[in-house]
Design a protein around this ligand. Sequence first.
Ligand code: ATP
Ligand code: MG
Length: 368
Amino acid sequence: MIIRRFRASNFRNIESCDIEFTEGVNLLYGRNAQGKTNAVEGIYIFSRGKSFRAREDSELVKFGTEGFRISVEYDEGIHHRTLEYALFGKERLRKKNGYKISKVTEMIGSLKCVLFYPDDLKIVKGGPEERRGFLNVAVSLINGTYLKMYSDYKKALENRNCALKFISKGFPVTKDELWSWSESMAEYASYIYLEREKYIENLSKYAGEVMLDISEGEENLSLIHECDIEVGIRERDDVRRAYLKLFTENLDREISAGVSLYGPHRDDIKIKINDKDLPIFASQGQQRSAVLSLKLAEGELIKDICGEYPVYLFDDVLSELDDKRKRYVLSGAEGKQFIITSCEAEDLLGYTDNEIDVSGGKYVSAHR
Ligand code: ATP
Ligand code: MG
C-alpha cells in the first residue's frame, strides 16, 4: 500500500496541511515540537481506528478550535482509496471511499500500517502485557475474527472472574454456572491459542532473518510462545480440552484467589538473542534492532496474507542505530513505503526519496 496524500485541518498543531508522499523513504524532519509525530498520528488513526497516544479523540482538536478533519488517499494495488474522519463536538463523520460509514470497525483493516514509535521499546523491556498487546494488534490487522474472539474471551473471563469472586465470598453461585463460563473461555482460548501459535512461529522466522541481516550475521533472534498449556498442540479440540483440564484441576486455587489464574490473558512471548533472554542483557541498539525486526517481520506477514506490504511508520526510532543498521533499514524500502520522522535529518537525507521539512505545523516537500 502506498499513501499518496494526507490532509488535515485543525488537527493537533496543524491548522491546515496537504502532504504528498511517494514510494520508498519519506522523511519528515525538523526541530522538536513542530508536528512530525502529529502527521504520523493522523495517518495511523485510519489504520487502527484510534490514536497511539491520545486517550480521547477530543485531545486531537487544535486548541481554540471547534473540531478537526483528516483524510488520507492511498493506493491498494491498482485501486485508489480514500478515508476521511472529522470530529466536531460530539459529532463524528467517517467516510470510506466517499461513502459514509457509521462504525469505526468498518474503517479498521482497510489501510494497513505498521507503526514503530519510541514506546514500542516496551515490547522488549516491559512486562508480558506489552507483548500481548503487540500480538493482539498485529494479529487483528490480518484477521478480523481474532479481534472478535479476543473480545468474547475477555467477556467470558470477566464473567468467570465474577463467579469465582462470588463463590470465594460464600455467595450462592452454582458450579454449573461457573462451568459454563469455563467452557466459553476454553472455546475462545482454543482459537486464540492456535492463531498465536501460528503467528509467533511465522514472526519468529521472519524476524530472525531480519535481525541476522541487521547484525551482519551476529545476532540470532527467536520467539517462543509462552502459555499455561503445552505449546505445539495442533487440534482445536485438544487445545480446548487442555484448557478445561487446567481449569478443573486448579479450581480450588482459583476459588480461593477469586480470579482466573490461567488462560491466554496471561500468555507471553519469550524473545531470545543467541539463545539468551533479550531484556536481561541487550544493549539499547540491540533492543531497538529487535523491535525493528519484529515490525519488519510483521510487514512480511501482512504481505503473505494480504498480498501487499503495509505502510511502515517509523516515528523517531532510527536515531540510536549505527550507520550500518540505519542504511540496512532504509535500503529495505524498495517496493514499499516508509514514512520516517527524525530531528537529526543529516545522516538520513542521502537515503530518502522524499524529504518534508516540518516547522510549526507546516509541511514543505522537496521531491528528489
Ligand atoms: P519531537 O521531535 O519532539 O518528537 P514533533 O515534531 O514530533 O517533535 P509533535 O509531537 O508532532 O512534535 O507535536 C508538535 C506540537 O503540537 C507540540 O508543541 C504540541 O504542544 C502541539 N500540540 C499537541 N496537541 C495539540 C493540540 N490539540 N492543539 C495544538 N497544539 C497541539
Ligand atoms: Mg515526535
